[in-house]
Design a protein around this ligand. Structure first.
Ligand code: GDP
Ligand code: MG
Length: 725
């Protein structure tokens, strides 16, 4: 620190060179500086000692006594410069913080600084809001703010020196208990640090037993590895017994300290401009002349300090290495988080292609319900095929329950032999499953489309709520009315067009119900793709660009599926009802059977078989007459009903199957035009360079961040090499 030529502190040249090199690597904040702190009672001579050691004129004037910590950091630099700032204390108000942080002074050289130091202190006092006069006036006496002075110069050492206020035990005029605590806390903060050398300053003319600073230092420096006792004011000890007590301390006969005591003489209140060497003449006289030479005078103290500082710096090196290794790890992790570098087209294509590959894997797993493939599948939205199957089950149940405009007659329910109980039981089980599925659907909020989704899928999905009337019961009245309005010269037969019209009317809701189903599936797929992208691409910027780029392809896929579903509805409704399915004939015969049974039922005789079962017996004559009473029209209407019912039942199953197979499974899930196949590696390969840059190019800030991290890792690695050699 000192510019005085007598001794340069921290003069181990090898160590200095090492620290120099480390500091050049822009990791200066990591390299710990040893620090020197003077502690002791008020007026024990702390500031004077620092002045003797460094040549910096710390104020000794009573009114300017040390009232906050002054931290002077010096470091080696080819340019001379001194910066002075204030760091607000830990309890400062926002307003005070702003105020003191605005303080900045600059001096061009160390020697100028030494001249202007007192003025600078006065300005800092004012800025911190300290009382001009300790005993009266506005403002506080002590401050937790720290005055920080950074001295750079070609001949400076790496060292921090701290002057702290003196400890006091009784409140005097103007000071409070709070002030005592502030000072105590300040002192403790500094002496706690293992890098700190504690200079415990004790005036020789005061009984050492009254000085609690030694206790305090021992508390934080248990082994006494960094505490030096410094006795001041030897010139003021005149009594022989007091002089003997001081000698005992120095010679280690009393209250020994691991690193021992030094006796130094500073400038007194009435001193003139004597040189240090002149002041030190006192040690040639009795009783001090008998003391060991390496224990008296500033030069001896400096020598001891030098070796201590070197030792401490060296001791800090392993910790520094650990810190550097941690930092390297941190930087590497950050670099990793940034993903691979995407500087040129090739890197960008590789980067995006990798994402597409992972997306493909995830989609494949989602389509086969292979949810153990990746922990990402804990996320509900990614369980694609399960959602689609559930939605389809609900669609199928809803469709069979209420897609028809009018209920058909319940033929044969009056049949006493029908095993009604079993049927009801099966139905209720299926119904409860469907209800569970409905609950799931509700939770997944498939019908609550977000505003963003609405923008993306606006003209594709069904509008918010399509009213879906329940089937009505007036089937015969309706068929009667339609028949009477459109009959021709029918003689026991009816026009095939009539059946087409009737079927179209009976299936009027199919279009809307299908659209709702398709919308649900499309939203589910849309959400899946968004979630899958989130899970494979963590970078927000890339993801949103990618999302925008594939939007057109997705919408095209959804549209194709919707169109397909629409065609299927149209095919069912426009064409003449026809089927090759054998079950159609079976269903018709069954209906006929029921009708005859119904007619005969009133004429049947109840009987009991030899096994005890109830049997119904009819006359053959009755069978022949059974249909006699029916009017031609009535008979025709019955036929129409039965044909329509048989056909409708078959058409429903066929339709549900077709919608799932052709519109959902083929168009949306597995077919070549599926929206799940928009974002593929193939797509990435075909991207124009400019589009690629738009999606996968790094932002300026990411580029900057990457190169900064790389430089930092390089610096840190070099620092490690320096430390290891
Ligand atoms: P601090 O409060 O501990 O910082 O003490 P100061 O350094 O301000 O010193 C208090 C007073 O003691 C000042 O007037 C100093 O000049 C004086 N002083 C400090 N050291 C010595 C010394 O070795 N001899 C004499 N005679 N006076 C000293
Ligand atoms: Mg002082």
């Amino acid at each position: 620190m000192s510019l005085s030529q007598e001794v340069i502190i921290l003069s181990d040249p090898k160590l200095l060179e090492k620290v120099d090199k480390l500091r050049d690597l822009s990791i200066s904040q990591l390299v710990p500086l040893p620090q020197l702190v003077v502690v002791g009672d008020q007026s024990s001579g702390k500031s004077s000692l620092l002045e003797s050691l460094t040549g910096i004129p710390f104020p000794r004037d009573q009114s300017l006594c040390t009232r906050y910590a002054t931290q002077i950091t010096s470091s080696r630099d080819s340019n001379e410069r001194v910066d002075i700032r204030i760091t607000p204390g830990p309890h400062a108000s926002e307003e005070h913080k702003k105020h003191v942080e605005g303080f900045y002074e600059k001096v061009n050289s160390g020697s100028q600084f030494r001249e202007q130091f007192l003025d600078i202190l006065k300005k800092a006092n004012e800025r911190m809001g300290l009382r001009a006069d300790v005993s009266t006036g506005d403002g506080t006496v002590f401050s937790e703010d720290v005055l920080k002075i950074e001295i750079h110069g070609p001949r400076e050492d790496y060292l921090t020196i701290i002057d702290v206020p003196g400890i006091f035990r009784t409140t005097t005029q103007g000071t409070t208990k709070n002030d005592m605590d502030i000072v105590m806390d300040l002192v403790k903060t500094y002496i706690k640090d293992s890098r700190t050398i504690i200079l415990a300053v004790l005036p020789s003319n005061v009984d050492i037993a009254t000085q609690e600073i030694l206790e305090l230092a021992k508390y934080y420096d248990k082994n006494g590895e960094r505490t030096l006792g410094v006795l001041t004011k030897p010139d003021l000890v005149l009594e022989p017994s007091a002089q003997a007590a001081v000698c005992d301390l120095i010679q280690g006969k009393k209250r020994p300290l691991n690193l021992g005591y030094f006796l130094v003489r500073n400038r007194g209140a009435n001193s003139g401009p004597e040189k240090q060497s002149e002041l030190d003449q006192i040690f040639r006289k009795d009783p001090w002349a008998n003391l060991p030479r390496d224990r008296v005078g500033i030069i001896a103290l400096k020598e001891q300090l030098t070796s201590l500082l070197v030792e401490i710096t060296k001791r800090e090196f392993p910790k520094l290495m650990r810190d550097i290794r941690n930092k390297i790890r941190e930087c590497k992790r950050d670099l990793n988080d940034l993903g691979p570098s995407r500087h040129d087209e090739r890197e960008q294509r590789i980067f995006l292609s990798q994402i597409a590959g992972t997306f493909h894997d995830r989609t494949r797993a989602a389509l086969t319900a292979d949810y153990n493939a990746d922990p990402a599948f804990d996320q509900d939205e990614l369980r694609l095929i399960t959602h689609v199957v559930n939605i389809t089950d609900i669609f199928s149940a809803d469709f069979r329950e209420s897609a028809h405009s009018r209920h058909f007659e319940k033929l044969g329910l009056d049949d006493p032999s029908a095993k009604a109980d079993v049927v009801v039981d099966c139905d209720s089980k299926a119904e409860s499953i469907v209800n569970d599925l409905r609950e799931l659907l509700e939770k997944a909020k498939v019908d609550d489309v977000t505003p963003e989704e609405l923008v993306e899928l606006d003209d594709i999905i069904a509008p918010d709520k399509i009213p879906m009337p329940k089937p009505c019961d007036n089937f015969s009245a309706w068929i009667n009315a339609v028949y009477l309005r459109s009959r021709g010269l029918d003689l026991g037969t009816f026009n095939a067009n009539f059946l087409t019209t009737a079927f179209a009317e009976q299936s009027r809701k199919w279009g809307d119900m299908t659209k709702i189903y398709m919308s649900r599936v499309i939203i589910t797929i849309h959400r899946f793709i968004a979630a899958a992208l989130r899970s494979v691409c963590s970078e927000e910027q890339v993801r949103s660009q990618l999302w925008t780029s594939i939007q057109e392809g997705l919408v095209k896929g959804y549209k194709t599926a919707m169109d397909q579903a629409r065609i299927l509805v149209e095919v069912e409704q426009r064409k003449q009802p026809y089927t090759l399915n054998k079950q159609f004939a079976e269903a018709r015969s069954k209906a006929l059977g029921y009708r005859v049974t119904e007619l005969l039922y009133p004429k049947a005789r109840k009987d009991t078989s030899q096994y005890g079962e109830t049997q119904y017996m009819v006359n053959l004559d009755d069978i022949a007459k059974a249909t006699e009473g029916k009017h031609n029209v009535e008979k025709l209407q019955e036929d129409i009903h039965d044909i329509l019912q048989a056909y409708y039942g078959l058409a429903t199953y066929r339709f549900i199957d077709n919608v799932f197979q052709l519109a959902v499974d083929y168009c949306l899930l597995h077919g070549p035009s599926s929206p799940l196949k928009v974002f593929t590696q193939d797509w990435v390969i075909k991207l124009e360079a400019q589009q690629l840059e738009g999606i996968a190019g790094e932002t300026k800030s990411a580029k900057r961040c990457r190169s900064k991290l790389k430089k930092k890792i390089e610096d840190l690695t070099n620092a490690l090499t320096i430390l290891e050699t």
